[in-house]
Design a binder for this molecule. Structure first.
Ligand SMILES: N[C@@H](CCC(=O)N[C@@H](CS)C(=O)NCC(=O)O)C(=O)O
Length: 216
């Protein structure tokens, strides 16, 4: 029995951020599968946990928490020790910078691309939307690459939760049928992430169940 419960489906990119963070810490938790083909988001009980009716949701004792980046930060702070939660604000600030940048900038490009190329049936593809999303994605990748040519990880030379939230995006991008520029800093970072068992276990998994599913 554990009082740490993660609600969501393994194929959800936002769930993967939380699950990867939990796996990095080694803490014991239970994954309760809801969302997508599992359903269960429209129940009053789920609505009481997350009024947005989205995953992930983390329950820890009395706390119920939604928004994947808030969950990742909480997991890092409570279970991550000094490695995942540096106490010095000067060390943590760049981690938060890249974590928020992933939500506001990186995902704004690749998520629409994923919805077009994977979740929308080919006959309904919108070539203009694809071109616009690809342009935003490449611009974001170039910004990341600029950093990753200077440091091993996004927020410096140590792995951090910024690499978790952006690494989930990277896996989706590199497995979609899309031509991306070859960027040496990102490729080296990807190789470093692949050496982490938690990345392989929680992120590098099939999302074929989502193909052609334009509704959740
Ligand atoms: N901003 C939210 C977005 C959450 C979100 O969009 N979750 C998706 C999965 S990635 C979801 O719950 N979709 C409904 C479903 O899976 O049925 C977060 O970062 O947690």
């Amino acid at each position: 029995m554990t009082d740490l419960i993660l609600w969501g489906r393994a194929s959800s990119a936002n769930l993967q951020k939380a699950r990867w963070a939990l796996e990095e810490t080694g803490v014991r938790f239970e994954l309760r599968e809801v969302g997508g083909r599992f359903g269960g988001l429209d129940t009053p009980e789920f609505g009481a946990m997350n009024p947005n009716r989205l995953v992930p949701v983390l329950q820890h004792g009395e706390l119920t928490l939604w928004e994947s980046h808030a969950v990742v930060r909480y997991v890092a702070a409570v279970f991550g020790g000094e490695t995942l939660w540096p106490v010095d604000p000067t060390d943590r600030a760049p981690i938060d910078q890249w974590t928020d940048w992933t939500a506001t900038t990186f995902q704004r490009g690749w998520i629409p691309l994923f919805w077009q190329l994977v979740r929308t049936p080919p006959e309904n593809h919108d070539t203009q939307a694809i071109a616009a999303a690809l342009k935003d994605t490449v611009a974001a990748l170039q910004i990341m690459n600029g950093q990753l040519e200077k440091t091993d990880y996004l927020a410096g030379d140590e792995f951090s939760y910024a690499d978790i939230v952006a690494g989930v995006s990277l896996y989706r991008l590199t497995t979609m049928e899309v031509d991306l520029p070859s960027l040496a800093g990102i490729e080296a970072w990807h190789e470093r992430l692949k050496r982490r068992p938690a990345f392989e276990k929680t992120v590098c998994i099939s999302y074929e169940e989502l193909r052609g599913r334009s509704a959740h």
